[in-house]
Design a protein around this ligand. Sequence first.
Ligand code: ZN
Length: 291
Amino acid sequence: MRSGALAAAALLTACLVAACGSQHHASRTGASVVLPTAPPKVVHPVVHHRTHPAAASKPAAPFHARAELITHGPRRGHDVALTFDADMTQVMLSKVRSGLHSIGYDPEIVRELRASHTQATIFMTGLWPTAHPAAANSLAADPLFEIENHSYDHAGWEPPCYGLPLVRSETDKRREVADTTNVLTGLIGGAPHYFRFPGGCHTAADVRLVASLGETPVQWDVVSGDPGQPNPAVVSRNVLQGARPGSIIVMHLVGAPNAPATAAALRTILPGLHQRGLHPVKLDELLGTGP
Ligand SMILES: [Zn+2]
């Protein structure tokens, strides 16, 4: 078994186990791109309004971004947030276009959420609606779901970032946020409120940059470990042992081959949270920026 295939598999596993502190993100085999640097610009905070079709009952209140990395909500009460990262790199997109249509999306996850009327937040890359246009529209139209910004092409912001191609200049970081905001605004009828760094890789300056563009950076406090994990019992145990009031739980929407057990794990996680008295809500509600 000491073959090239095994070595490749080991490398893939290493990437999966490392990323997002949560075995995040596979299929990133693109070469690093060295981007030109540019002088920093002074950008005044943006106040976003949105009329989210997926939250039609929500008043279009102004959203004020916070220049801090949010990892959880209030530790009182019963609410938690299930968040699903919809990763899509250029490499993944090329696979979709070559006929591997399931790359980056497991509809069984959405079926589990809908069947149990469970609210969730999707952190969507700007490329994802290109790969899965019907699913993107369906998610955007469903009031169970809130769609937020997960960068445009899932490049890492601060090396080392688990083998992700890197975006280094401030100009290009702004583009990663703004281009995705434009895509998602067209999808959901308003600008996203939250941004999640690919792989979680960032600096303090990156946090301020995202906030200056009108979005609050959001990480997590509970790692599901769903990427690279074939055993749903492991994923569900990670979530149920870690979740407490206010938790932000990171999972993935991508399904097999990168995160094959997410949907199956939800069949244990959702009743398990209920048994613990925990109630999944969207981030806007957890963080007090919703209705
Ligand atoms: Zn991601």
